[in-house]
Design a protein around this ligand. Structure first.
Ligand SMILES: NC(=O)c1ccc[n+]([C@@H]2O[C@H](COP(=O)([O-])OP(=O)(O)OC[C@H]3O[C@@H](n4cnc5c(N)ncnc54)[C@H](O)[C@@H]3O)[C@@H](O)[C@H]2O)c1
Length: 333
C-alpha cells in the first residue's frame, strides 16, 4: 500500500483490493512508481509550462515540480494573491515564473492568460488544464425545495462551468498556441480528470458528469493530437487531501487509504513527458500510479475503422488549412 499508514478495516481492505485488481486487470496496464513516473521530468528543462488552478493542491505542487526540472512556469488562478505566493515560491527556489489572474470559465480571461504566457516567454510547450472545483453545497443539484413560484429552482451548476467549460476553453487555446510553436517534440496537453470520470459519486452528480465530460473531451481530442503532433494525456486521481476535499468526503473516507499529492504530481509529470505516452489515462489510487493506454478503453472493430478514416480526413483538413493560411499570408505581404 503506497499512500497511507492508517489501519484499514478488513471489509474495506477487501473492497480496495478488488477495485485495485479490476483496474490493473488489462494486460496493457502499467504500474509506475513515483520514481518511474518522474524519470521523464528531465525533458522539461527550458520548456514553458502553463498551469490553470495553480494556487493550491495539485496545480501548486505540479508547478513547483516542473520548475524544479528547469521549466519556466506560467501560473494562473482565479485567486491572484494566492497564485502570486506560488510564483514567489518558484522564484525563491531559483526557478522562473510569472503569474496572472484567470477565471477559467471566462474565455477572454483565458485568451489574455495565454497571450501573457507568449508575451513573457515567447512560446508555450506544455499546458496543464488543472483548475477544478467540487460540488458546492449552495449549488446542490438535487435541492428539491420549491422556489417562490412553487416550482423547483433552476440549478446553477458552477461545477460544470469550471470543470468542463473551463477545461474545454483551455484545451482549445492550448491547441492554438502549441500549433504555433514550431518545435517538433515535447508539446503536451495534460487534463485533470478523476476516478469520477469512470464512476458516479453519490451526491455529486454534476462533478461526476463534468469529469466524465473531460474524459470524453480528451478521448476525442486524442485523434486531433496525433494530427497536430501534440501529446495528450489525462490524470485520474481517487480522492486526495487538497483544498477540494471537504468535510463530508473526509468522514465518508475514514479508514480508507488515499493516494498522495506527491503521487498525483508524479503522474502529471509522466502525463506531460513520458516518452511515447499519449492517449493514456494515468489513474492514481491507494496502490499508486497506473497507466492505461488508449487501447485499453477505446472501442475496436467498426468504430476503430470510422475513427481511423475520420482521423485521416482531419490530417488532410489541417494540411489544406495550413497551405491556404500560408498562401494568404504571402499574398497579404
Ligand atoms: N483532490 C482530489 O481528491 C481530486 C481527485 C480527482 C481529481 N481532482 C481534480 O484535480 C484538479 C485540482 O484540484 P485540487 O484537488 O488540487 O483542488 P484545490 O482546491 O486544492 O485546487 C484547485 C485550484 O483551482 C482554482 N480554481 C477554482 N476555480 C477556478 C476558476 N474558475 N478558474 C481558475 N482557477 C480556479 C482554486 O482557486 C484552486 O487554487 C481539479 O480539476 C479536481 O477536480 C481532485
Amino acid at each position: 500500500m503506497s499512500a497511507s499508514t492508517d489501519e484499514v478495516p478488513p471489509a474495506i481492505d477487501g473492497l480496495l483490493r478488488a477495485q485495485s485488481a479490476a483496474l490493473r486487470r488489462p494486460e496493457d496496464a502499467t504500474a509506475l512508481t513515483v520514481d518511474d513516473a518522474l524519470t521523464a521530468g528531465s525533458a522539461l528543462k527550458g520548456k514553458v509550462v502553463v498551469v490553470t488552478g495553480a494556487a493550491n493542491g495539485f496545480g501548486r505542487a505540479y508547478a513547483n515540480k516542473v520548475a524544479e526540472f528547469g521549466a519556466k512556469v506560467v501560473l494562473s488562478d482565479v485567486r491572484l494573491e494566492s497564485v502570486q505566493v506560488v510564483a514567489d515560491e518558484v522564484t525563491a527556489a531559483g526557478g522562473q515564473a510569472t503569474c496572472i489572474a484567470c477565471d477559467v470559465t471566462n474565455w477572454d480571461a483565458q485568451v489574455a492568460m495565454f497571450r501573457h504566457a507568449r508575451n513573457t516567454f515567447g512560446h508555450i510547450d506544455v499546458v496543464a488544464a488543472n483548475a477544478g472545483i467540487g460540488e458546492p453545497d449552495r449549488a446542490r443539484f438535487l435541492d428539491l425545495r420549491k422556489g417562490p413560484d412553487g416550482e423547483p429552482t433552476k440549478p446553477t451548476m458552477p461545477t460544470a462551468s469550471v470543470n468542463f467549460t473551463g477545461a474545454a476553453y483551455t484545451a482549445k487555446l492550448a491547441f492554438f498556441h502549441l500549433n504555433e510553436n514550431p518545435a517538433k517534440e515535447g508539446k503536451a496537453l495534460v487534463i485533470l480528470g478523476s476516478m469520477a470520470s469512470f464512476s458516479g459519486i453519490p451526491g455529486a452528480p454534476v462533478y461526476s458528469a463534468s469529469k466524465h465530460a473531460v474524459l470524453g473531451l480528451f478521448r476525442s481530442l486524442y485523434y486531433d493530437s496525433l494530427v497536430y503532433g501534440i501529446r495528450i494525456n489525462i490524470v485520474n486521481p481517487f480522492f486526495v487531501k487538497t483544498g477540494i476535499f471537504g468535510v463530508v468526503p473526509k468522514l465518508l473516507l475514514a479508514g480508507i487509504p488515499l493516494p498522495t499529492v506527491e503521487e498525483v504530481v508524479a503522474a502529471m509529470i509522466a502525463a506531460t513527458c513520458k516518452p511515447d505516452s499519449t492517449g493514456s489515462a494515468f489513474v492514481v489510487d491507494f496502490k499508486g500510479i497506473l497507466e492505461l493506454p488508449s487501447a485499453v478503453y477505446n472501442l475496436d472493430g467498426y468504430y476503430h475503422v470510422f475513427a481511423s478514416r475520420a482521423q485521416g480526413l482531419m490530417g488532410w483538413g489541417k494540411w489544406a488549412f495550413d497551405v491556404v493560411s500560408a498562401a494568404v499570408s504571402v499574398f497579404r505581404r
